[in-house]
Design a protein. Sequence first.
Length: 273
Amino acid sequence: MDRIISFLREKAPCHIHGFKPDFMERCISRRMKDKNIQEIEAYYNYLLENREELEQLVQGLIVPVSRFFRNPVVFETIFSYILPFLLEKKKNNRERYFRFWSAGCSTGEEPYSLAILLKELFKKETEGFLINIFATDIDRKALQFAQEGIFGHESIKNTRYEWVEHYFKRQDDFFAIHSEIKEAVYFSYHDLRNEKNIVPPESIFGYFDLVFCRNVLIYYDIDTQMQILKNLLKSMAPGGYLVLGESESIPARHQIKAKRILRYSNVYRKLVN
Ligand SMILES: C[S@@+](CC[C@H](N)C(=O)[O-])C[C@H]1O[C@@H](n2cnc3c(N)ncnc32)[C@H](O)[C@@H]1O
């Protein structure tokens, strides 16, 4: 196993940088099972001889699974509490913009869910506001899928019936998202491990009101997680919100300028000072 991981470190260093060894081991075992290879030595030799297998293995480390309104309680909190609060704050401060980022957006369900909430909640109230939703990932195939905006039943099963009716068009067994939602999201490639550019290039300067980074940190070792978290916090406006996945959190022993706002989900608020 160690030889395979060393081989990956040599041949695909950028792709696997910071991944947890036990996570990589699980991916290797999965590939061995798919290829019906029982011996680790035999798989190592197979990997040396097959360029395609290396690509498959690296691709397997990226897990492009998502769905609309994944973990509904989080979206409920954003809908009923965070967005109305942000709107009031913007009005009071006479700010005319909202900036959002879905970091590790996979196939697009997460930023599209947010775009639906914004349409629903604000309707006429956001007239005159500039709303930007940036969505980034390192999986180019997932980004392409996201931009096409056509989803299966599984993806939409947490979505309210009236929103499915209103924001999707049925195409045989699939659901195509309406152009008003599709056009609200800017998708692009961005690696969260990039130390030089910590925000999506299209966003230019960050200053986000809310950042999603859900089900991404779990693949990385603690040092990489902390580096990503620090950069995400830097990219946010003071008082901005950071939403992590269900099984992700900021370890208490790490001094990070953010406070968890809910007991039942991993939503943090960046401290103002
Ligand atoms: C399981 S999906 C999560 C999708 C969505 N956030 C959700 O929770 O439904 C994880 C995504 O993180 C992306 N990812 C992993 N490492 C990344 C990195 N270093 N920078 C950007 N995206 C990354 C993967 O490509 C994958 O699409």
